[in-house]
Design a protein around this ligand. Sequence first.
Ligand code: PEP
Ligand code: MG
Length: 586
Amino acid sequence: MTFSIHGLAVARGIAIGRAVLVASSRVDVAHYFIEPAQVDSEMLRLVQARDAVHGELQSLHDTLPKDSPPELAAILEVHLMLLHDEMLAEGVTHWVKDRLYNAEWALTSQLDVVARQFDEMDDPYLRERKGDLEQVVERLLRHMKGEAHVVPHVSSKRSGQSRQQDLQLEDSMDVPLVLVAHDLSPADMLQFKQSVFAGFVTDVGGKTSHTAIVARSLDIPAVVGARTASQLVRQDDWIIIDGDAGVVIVNPSPIILAEYGFKQRQAEVERERLSRLRHTPAVTLDGQRVELLANIEMPEDSPAALGVGAVGVGLFRSEFLFMGRIGALPDEEEQYQAYRRAVEGMKGLPVTIRTVDIGADKPLDRAHKEEAHLNPALGLRAIRWSLADPAMFLTQLRAVLRAAAHGQVHLLIPMLAHAREIKQTLALLDQARSQLDARGEAFGPLKIGAMIEVPAAALTVKMFLRHFDFLSIGTNDLIQYTLAIDRADESVAHLYDPLHPAVLRLLADTIAECRAQGKGVSVCGEMAGDPALTRLLLGLGLRSFSMHPTQILAVKQEVIRADASRLEAWAQSVLLSDDPAELMGL
Ligand code: PEP
Ligand code: MG
């Protein structure tokens, strides 16, 4: 039966493929494809975990105190039975052998399949056994997590597999796969970055949640905030993701499939057309030069930035080097090498490295998320986190300074609000320089910038400009904090409004003050990459935009069609309007 699910459109385009479900589990589970050669060792990990859990349950059973209630022994027997359940074992083997899922992913996928069958049972006693099965699987997962097991990178493209493996995967190889999950952490998304998915859908998340941002950087159609999608969609269902409309169509009829196939081809033609603008200078009709920069998450993203003609990196979100790791944070050498790769990858163009912005919806891992402050967006995040751990921060500052010996590097500090934080940050930067001097280590000059992400900062721009060489406006957070809307919460997504007059006022005043003082200012939030807002930002005086490489050509098209001086008066009228969106016809 065909049905559709509505969510939020976060990454454009149409994807058509079979659903791959990432089941949610209470235990943090890594999801990645293994190489065919790893199948046996993956199966062995499962067997070892099963044997260990068997031993654990058996010894619990055998050592129950004499006076314990008889139900306890019965429950443990049920758990032992479920541990050896054939359907569980066969299913897990299928996911590992035929689909090349890692063991943990295979377990949670099969749990999902079996749990649905329990849900459909008439007998209430049997229905309740679902909870027992979940506990057994959780025990298995915890056992596997206890292993010193490093999450490998997502396996290389499946097209690189042997012919024999191709045959094994024949039913799934030929069709694109789309990922459906309750939630994906930004770290999960990075894992999927080099993988095979043609699109993805999540139940939760807002338009500028970090998961959505990474999706946009992958340039694959995506819908977030689709609420119950992961429960409604079944493994292997055919689905269409309409990333422009924010709609997911499940089990489409042949007519709908044909219609979307047509739309998909049209989008490809449009993409092809835009790609011709790659070498066109970003200059408005009235001759104003506009700087179009790239936002990147990893040094390996720099070729994509160069490929679309970015004139530098306006935001390197360094926290992605820190996330999804098991054990220690990256040390100075590892960070230095990563920043250096980004700098060298940009072939002499400037690279703006933002210091780590951990916290809120970018926890280091899920365990930290659970411990996190109740309202993490207002808690120990970004520069607050860095200043709370000076040794960690100094390590990052030294690494950035060293990378600056290899090219033009700008340092960008997120989420500042207080003069005190600015002073502490600059003092630590001086200390990092002295430490490198003392070691006789080479380092280069840095331009230092602050992000304007908190209304308090936007209202004290003059103070910021006394200390910094440039400012970069993080509209994603500026909107969140101005309107008191959690950017990751789909239930308030309809109130997240980049065109709210208060947001526009803060933006306009920040840009105007920087221009008046001759200091550089850019926007690096998602607003910069939205072609529907390019003319407004130009009219407000913005000449530097930083966005995902995937957005650059569409924004460039707007720039070269715009007459910036004529847009000024219009932008002022938008600024004064009660309903800017209506005035702009959006
Ligand atoms: C922003 O807040 O606009 C920004 C660019 O930073 P991030 O999205 O990483 O919080
Ligand atoms: Mg931010």
